[in-house]
Design a protein around this ligand. Structure first.
Ligand code: PDD
Length: 282
């Protein structure tokens, strides 16, 4: 079945879904994006993703490319036309097309591209085994809370983690604290049984999955603290995991080659994953 994408008001065959070489997303990464989960053929957690998109657009002084109320219709239509039941829908909004100049073009029209694809996330075996992470310095700019397409530091960290046999890179600040993963948020359950993750204070992307996971953890009766943890604390933790739209909740069993806990996925982590899977199906 041929893929169909949305480009500035038109649904076109994916191969013909193109933007100008002078699009500011291409030239300057002057663009924001969202990756939303699709489950049971429906786009999930829509409000939280659109709220975050609104914050990203506002941070870059960009207008909505279409009215916010139109976006659910476009997203659902791209999902429908591609017959995605389990997967993701991707949207990218750029400041538009203009001759290259750092200044905002006065008359640029924001552009919007939406595509969708099937994706099932990590295999059951990966979940059962857990993943390895390695730490890397967080080399990103100082606004990683804005979901821009300027992801080069994330790309390089993820690639170097893979080359070392790990699934994800955990990014660390100058004080040796873990901010987040290259494309996931990072958590531990410490020696006292407290779920800890870096606060959404500007140094991380506030994941939609993160918000849902923290809600679920509180419902489960876990103590939750949005306080940073160091790499040493993570290595000494009972459990560790990552979260994100494409991975949901994924246990971390080793950090820089050292086992977390007994080197197997933690019980609370697996319970959180089950709760999260149920939330996504609802
Ligand atoms: N990544 N942190 C970073 C740096 C991310 O890029 C992402 C998402 C997350 C998790 O956010 P959420 O729970 O809203 O997916 C955290 C997306 C999926 C991506 O770039 O593919």
């Amino acid at each position: 079945m041929p893929r169909v994408s949305y480009v500035n008001g038109r649904y076109v065959p994916h191969d013909e879904a193109v933007v100008s070489v002078e699009d500011r997303g291409y030239q300057f990464a002057d663009a924001v994006y969202e990756v939303l989960p699709v489950a049971g053929g429906r786009v999930r957690h829509l409000d939280r993703h659109l709220d975050r998109l609104g914050r990203s657009l506002a941070a870059l002084a960009m207008d909505w490319p279409v009215a916010r109320r139109s976006l659910p219709v476009i997203l659902a239509e791209v999902v429908r036309r591609n017959r995605v039941t389990e997967g993701v829908v991707y949207l990218q909004a750029t400041r538009g097309v203009a001759r290259r100049n750092h200044l905002f073009p006065p008359d640029a029209v924001p552009s919007l591209v939406v595509s969708a694809w099937r994706q099932t996330g990590p295999s059951a075996a990966t979940v059962a085994q857990g993943i390895a992470v390695v730490t890397r310095p967080d080399l990103r700019w100082k606004r990683p809370d804005i979901k821009t397409v300027g992801l080069l530091a994330n790309v390089l960290a993820r690639q170097s983690a893979k080359e070392e046999g790990a699934y994800e890179a955990w990014l660390t600040d100058a004080a040796g604290r873990v901010t987040e993963g290259s494309a996931t948020n990072a958590y531990i359950i410490d020696r006292e049984g407290t779920l800890r993750t870096h606060p959404a204070d500007g140094a991380i992307l506030g994941g939609v999955t993160r918000s849902n996971v923290l809600d679920l953890a509180r419902e489960m009766g876990l103590a939750v603290a949005e306080t940073p943890f160091t790499v040493a604390e993570a290595k000494a933790a009972r459990e560790a995991f990552v979260s994100g739209t494409t991975v949901m909740v994924l246990p971390v069993v080793s950090i820089d080659g050292e086992p977390v806990g007994d080197g197997r996925p933690g019980a609370a982590t697996l319970r959180l994953r089950e709760f999260y899977e149920e939330l996504r199906r609802r």
